[in-house]
Design a protein around this ligand. Structure first.
Ligand code: SF4
Length: 111
């Protein structure tokens, strides 16, 4: 059985997720939720502290200013000042998800 909208398939033989399925355990989902929650709280506190500069995240060749309607008022409409990915946070997210890839494959059961 293959997922129509998400990359998940279940093996007929034993009802477990296939090796290529993108699944995580409930425990690691909790870790991921805690990580996301902390990230959102950190962002909110940073904004509350007055850190509101127009500092778009540039990922590869994707420049958000190209599609943004606020370029005329933000003072950085050409995106000349920008930031890259927070590697520390990226590493933490990868650690949580990376664990999943090696530890949780094949653990799920279909109904
Ligand atoms: S145009 Fe200004 S507000 Fe819009 S993404 Fe770029 S820096 Fe941010």
């Amino acid at each position: 059985m293959n997922g129509e909208f998400i990359p998940v398939s279940i093996k007929k033989k034993d009802g477990l997720f296939s090796e290529n399925s993108s699944v995580i355990s409930a425990q690691n989902m909790d870790s991921l939720k805690a990580f996301v929650y902390k990230s959102v709280v950190d962002m909110a506190e940073s904004i509350y502290d007055g850190n509101i500069e127009a500092l778009p995240l540039v990922n590869g060749s994707d420049m958000p200013c190209t599609f943004c309607d606020f370029g005329d008022i933000c003072g950085n409409g050409d995106g000349s000042v920008c930031r890259g990915t927070d590697l520390e946070k990226q590493t933490e997210a990868d650690r949580i998800l990376g664990k999943e890839k090696s530890k949780d494959k094949g653990k799920g059961k279909s109904k």
